[in-house]
Design a protein around this ligand. Sequence first.
Ligand SMILES: [Zn+2]
Length: 314
Amino acid sequence: MNLKDQTRAKGILERMQETGRIPGSVLIFGPSGVGKTVASLDLAKGILCNRSVPWGCGECISCKHMDHVISLILGDDWEEISVYSEEGGRKTFLYLMGDHPDFIFLPPHGASIRIDQIRAVREFSYTKPALSRGKVVVIDRADLMTRESANALLKVLEEPPAKTHFLLTAESPGNLPPTILSRTHQVEFVPLDRETFGELTGSPDLYELSGGSVTKAKILRERTDLISMVEDFLSLEPLRVYQTAKKVDDMDTAGKDLFFQLLEDRVYGMFREGRIGYDDLDAIMRRILEIREGIPRGLRVDLALFSIYALMEV
Ligand SMILES: [Zn+2]
């Protein structure tokens, strides 16, 4: 288990496994891209290991299955292990499940974790383990549960299945209801320092832009076009602004969101450099926030960008 910079969190998680006292639900929280998901997967492997070795022995049948599932989850192609429900002819994504019968991984569906997904978790969690002594559900980005989903999960946590452990990850635990927080054992992950970030990504220059997030740095390296689009927009030359706005409007939701995150970073930078005043910063940031909230609802991003352009032009 390699948890760079997360010495304290690693110690806590390791002790849980060594003593065999693993809480029914654990919440791993901290900023994006610092190892929370990988840690939750490795912890799951340790919990399910048939030899009870912390982080897994790597040799028992359970560990072998987990290694395979984990490599698929951390890879980019999820189709092979995606499980859907097909009620009433409607296909709904539920979770990822590989060849370990006692483990499921539940990422958000689009921008949220939906009630169907939590219902599926409930069904999974009350059945007996088949391969290991226990079962594990990882809910990745639990802070993206809808209110309905959170209530449904709370009901499960209130009557916890004896052998199922819930591992939740979240960037902002504040988005989880206090009733859920009080039922989870919380472990905090800290931001990476520049040196570790550089070692892990090979791109220390992306530290500021990615906010120290390894995940974001990976996306940024693949999407250098976004960085130049932000620059085009901030040139405030009408034609370049117009072309950028059209391009952003044509992108998928994740691309749009990343564009606006980058734009936010750059606008903050301009404020720190004294190129725009506080009132402008405040107005622009509020507008960007409204836009980011509107994206999942299908907001016209090109028009919205023109409104930011109008704010910056004065
Ligand atoms: Zn093992």
